[in-house]
Design a protein around this ligand. Sequence first.
Ligand code: KG4
Ligand code: ZN
Length: 340
Amino acid sequence: LGSPLILGVESSCDETGFGLVSDGVLLGQGLASSAAQHADFGGVVPEIAARAHLEAVVPTLRIALEDADVDLADISHVAVTSGPGLATAVHVGLAAAKSIAWALGKPLYGVHHLAGHAAADTLEHGPLPERSIVLIVSGGHTSLLAVGDLVRDPIEHLGDTLDDAAGEAFDKVSRLLGLGYPGGPAISRAAVDGDPTAFSFPRAMLRPRDAPFTFSFSGLKTAVARTVETLERAGQSVPVADIAASFEQAVVDVLVTKAIRAVRERNLDTLVIVGGVAANARLRAVARSTCEAAGIELRIPPPRLCTDNGAMIAAVGDLLVRSGAEPSGLGIAADPSAVL
Ligand code: KG4
Ligand code: ZN
């Protein structure tokens, strides 16, 4: 009692997530995934994701309430992903969040999915410093940002990917290696026994004349595809573990190099890495040792808070409420291509 209790609702891709946060503390969450239903298609099928969200909303909310040991009536504010994401998927979470907010007579806040990814880290490591560099690496985005408190302070876009997002590259390479969807965890598992130096795949945009904070991963994906084709045409077996490890190493090298460059150039001392790809063990290890050597404080949420979830959306809602922000209102629409 007294402290606000924020319900966060996430449905922008294939995870249905509900989280309950109060005063920066995660009280409980519920999470359902339709990933298995998309496996045969090599990527998320929007109509299947939307149907799965519709089926999952009530049971998953129930799990979150039980996990936090609170009642629906205890909720004081509702926060929901309004974008970016798959329109049909976002609509389900928005409709659920509106119904809950209206029925309870509580304010509703639309939340940017990527702000959610960044805020996830605050649930583990506390408030962000005055200013930090955030590397967001997910299935749809690869962005370097300079951020403050995530809600009031300006967010500066340093760079994005020109083509595929890092997670998308994992998904596409996984598909061409026959490892299935989602690709990140599958590549990671295959790479454990592989030699990351077996193949020297391209590290794009790392030359001095390239844009310093811009990424490109489609050439890397093509290089992996060519390697597989060449081996198969020559009748040789495809060393999946070595290719997976070498691909992973190429992605990680580029991400860590550019992120640290951003921290240095902005004269900051904190790097935050978030989004589904931040669950990657090699990325976590390389970022950890490189930041340690460079005297940079590294913050990465635990893997379960890196991939999509409702807790991260509740975390942004909590920051909005505490900053005195105006609610969005029940008329809020989905913004599938929202920019931060
Ligand atoms: O943030 P997220 O859950 O959803 C989006 O907002 O896109 O990120 C999903 C992406 C997928 O591309 C998935 O393959 C990737 O994150 N991913 C990983 C790992 N776990 C998930 N990539 C590399 N290593 C992982 N362990
Ligand atoms: Zn995401």
